[in-house]
Design a protein around this ligand. Sequence first.
Ligand code: AMP
Length: 418
Amino acid sequence: MYQAPRGTQDILPHDQAYWRFVEEKAEKICQLYGYKRIDTPVFEQTSLFRRSVGEGTDIVEKQMYTFEDQGGDSMTLRPEGTAPVCRAYIEHGMHNLPQPVRLYYIGPIFRYERPQAGRYRQHRQFGVEAIGDADPALDAEVISMAWEFYASLGLKGLTLQLNSIGCKVCRPDYLEKLRQYYSGHAQALCPDCGRRLRQNPLRLLDCKKPSCQEIVKGAPRIAEHLCQQCARHFDALKGYLDGLEIPYELNPYLVRGLDYYTRAVFEIQPREGGAQSALGGGGRYDGLIEQLGGTPAPAIGFATGLERIILNLRQQGIELPPIPGPEVYIAYLGEKAKKEAIKLAAKLRRAGIGATMALGDKSLKSQLKQANSLALPQTLIIGENELKKGVAVLRNMALGEQVEIPLSQVVTRLKKEA
Ligand code: AMP
């Protein structure tokens, strides 16, 4: 028996209401903030991710689905959404548009991870990117968008964590201080942190192992080593968030798993959640466009995983509007009535009224049973007698009441009731 690949899942019809709900809210928030949709391919040249996400990162080192295509080129299923959007921004000359260019995407992301609750090998992300402006007000806009998005879903008890990880001016000095500090603890580090110390010291702050977390507590804090411009940017952002009454917690150890981030970084977590539970996160990436060969353009983005949102919606018992289905079930008795039923179903659908038809030659009783189990509110019944009279019987399934309606008036009558 085949099964969905490990770490992937089928989204069955009865779960689709969650997906639709979340995606509609995402579209709505983007419309309110003036972000336009972009769809990029699900695979890109491998080097795009190596250059942007960074060589020493978990994503590039361990998690990419990379393959050689039939032409011998190395391709990778996208493990994140920002680099492809930046590639598209450069490729399509979007720096010629009024800046910033505000974009959003919704689509699948692939990471070879150890599957567990809220962590899959294919998941879906909603992300936004605002490219071409360095104003901290744009950071506040993106953070407020994320915050308002979760609020519009009805999610409660979320916290916003905020940090600044500096820029290419101030970060090198800080990293040197961090390296010096950690060199004194090299023996006590976990093997991953041993590697981080050599390749990607900022990520040392992010280790979840209790023994390493003890060491983190004494590490120098980047927020205390920012250059003047980064400090000013961070202060302005905090001021704007205060003005918007968006509560945030400063977390000096918040760093993100991708190398391209600069300055403000943030994550949104459920209060109850563990370390692996970030609902979404983002930050500035002022150097990325230039690094990928574009005209320099500062930028900020945010991404959130739909599966984790849905887990939280379920945990919090949030009720969703149902996806509307057909309104009428059409039952018939006999071949002649069946022909009429087929025509009637088509006529109803053309008039915008959803209809599902019985099939085969089941008894009326079993047809009504099926109508009940499909939970359609009304059934139209056509038998030999009805045909002769040119009518159909309309049965209200909840009340069990029936009326005869001339076949020619079925559409008008049901439209009135809709
Ligand atoms: P990241 O790019 O790692 O910050 O991911 C952004 C968001 O995507 C996270 O906050 C999660 O909500 C979601 N996410 C990331 N990786 C996974 C995964 N493997 N499975 C499910 N959701 C994920």
